[in-house]
Design a protein around this ligand. Structure first.
Ligand code: ARG
Length: 464
């Protein structure tokens, strides 16, 4: 029996003797953010209703009314005509109430053998499955864009850094392929968490299961789930799949953020390794000369909020006794914002990769400063029979001499070089050049242009 208080009364408030205050209503409602689950909610309801009819729990006529009503609701939602009511708390009650308005009693039978607890868990999983598939596609596109950039610049040499100090020459193609690897692992993580997302909670009802003769496998099959959640308490209460997703998303953003940091540094006029197309940059309102790499900077910044969402969900979960608690309603905003942020960021980055212009001359000039081929000289001496530690010492002395003279190792005359080791001969200049240095690292995972091309070919068959 419904009471006089509010529209929600039909859902649960017949046992209450006073209405909730407006503030409490607003505080407990989720409809204005969980309405993004609407289409998933309808999919879940239709699969549930189909099963109820198949099992003889509701009539076929009821099922057909439910189908008709839901189709109308879908249309109302897509055309923006659906009226979301705060009084009806959440997406589930809003849709159910409207269904009943349209089709009458059959609408009231839909919730048989079901609770909002297993309903919402199902909706989130359906929603996340779509999000994960979307993100997987975007990671794929980004990797292809980076592969193109790597291929175009396979042989361009720049200094590789450790501790932000010039370390050894590397090829730009190789540098880009490092990110292709990272985003590849991100795609693996997304695919892996999808397995645990794709299990059906429906049938758990509020927490203990239902007294009706339901067929959970049937619903799972209709909705494309790989399996059903095996324990009803677990099914309604845990959100570990969402946390896992957020962890994978935080890693995606962390990789994007590291790349962003490099793009920002590379675009600084002091470095000048790259230019980023104007459409990804902005100017300054006061300094007319400025062109700022806003997109990578923002991506670096947004990584903070995605990392924060992971922490929010972990914290949300940690104190909850089994089974469902209203705390779980708080999973949605962090989750949705994570999905939105990752999707926008990946889309923009895949696009921006095509707008990066590499400046080989600046990269080369930088690689020529900082004795980037010192390790090559040490390796040369080792090949001539000197133990590596002694070779290291000899080259360190040569670098010190260069510093005093203000020149590079390759600029020292042979006679001077021989002063550091009698093993040095005229062929040394072959290893002191940048080209010689990168070409020599010709093994799987090495920076040689030859290896970069092989890696690109392998990745092209892998990322189809
Ligand atoms: N809006 C709720 C949520 O997001 C739906 C489940 C509500 N269940 C309940 N017993 N109050 O979690």
């Amino acid at each position: 029996m419904s009471n006089q208080f509010d529209q929600k009364s039909e859902a649960w408030s017949a046992r209450f003797s006073e209405p909730v205050s407006d503030l409490v209503k607003r505080y407990t409602a989720s409809v204005f953010f969980d309405n993004r689950l609407a289409q998933c909610d309808i999919d879940g309801s239709l699969a549930h209703a189909e099963m109820l009819a198949h099992q003889g729990i509701i009539s076929l006529a009821d099922y057909s009314d439910i189908q008709r009503g839901m189709q109308q609701i879908r249309d109302e939602i897509t055309s923006g005509k659906f009226e979301w009511l705060l009084d009806l708390e959440d997406v589930h009650l809003n849709i159910e109430k409207r269904l009943t308005e349209i089709i009458g009693d059959a609408g009231k039978r839909l919730h048989t053998g079901r609770s909002r607890n297993d309903q919402v868990a199902t909706d989130i999983r359906l929603y996340m499955r779509g999000a994960v598939d979307n993100i997987a596609g975007l990671l794929h596109a980004l990797r292809l864009a980076l592969l193109d950039l790597a291929e175009k610049n396979a042989e361009v040499i720049l200094p590789g850094f450790t501790h932000m100090q010039v370390a050894q020459p590397i090829t730009f193609g190789h540098h880009m392929l490092a990110y292709v690897e990272m985003f590849g692992r991100d795609a693996e993580r997304m695919a892996d968490c999808r397995k645990r997302i794709n299990r059906l909670p429906l049938g758990a009802a509020a927490l203990a299961g239902t007294t009706f003769p339901i067929d959970r496998e049937r619903v799972a099959k209709t909705l494309g789930f790989d399996d059903v959640c095996r324990n009803s308490l677990d099914a309604v209460s845990d959100r570990d799949f969402a946390i896992e997703f957020c962890a994978a998303a935080a890693l995606v953003m962390t990789h994007v953020s590291r790349m962003s940091e490099e793009l920002v540094i590379w675009m600084s006029p002091r470095v000048g390794f790259i230019d980023i197309a104007d459409r990804f940059c902005t100017g300054s309102s006061i300094m007319p000369q400025k062109k700022n790499p806003d997109v990578p900077e923002l991506a670096r910044g947004k990584t903070g909020r995605v990392n924060g969402h992971l922490m929010a969900l972990l914290t949300l979960m940690k104190g909850q006794p089994l089974a469902y608690n209203k705390d779980n309603q708080e999973d949605k905003e962090p989750l949705f914002d994570t999905v939105d942020t990752v999707i926008d960021t990946l889309r923009i980055f895949a696009d921006m990769a095509g707008g990066i212009t590499v400046k080989p001359d600046a990269m080369r000039a930088a690689a020529l400063q900082g004795y980037a081929t010192a390790t090559d000289l040490a390796d040369y001496l080792v090949r001539k029979g000197l133990p590596f530690r002694d070779a290291h010492e000899a080259v360190a002395a040569a670098v010190r001499a260069c510093e005093q003279k203000g020149c590079d190792l390759a600029d020292l005359p042979l006679a001077d070089l021989q002063g550091f080791s009698r093993l040095i001969e005229a062929d040394v200049f072959g290893v002191l050049t940048l080209e010689g240095s990168v070409a020599a690292r010709d093994h799987v995972g090495g920076t040689a242009p030859n290896q970069v091309r092989l890696a690109i070919a392998r990745l092209r068959t892998e990322i189809k």
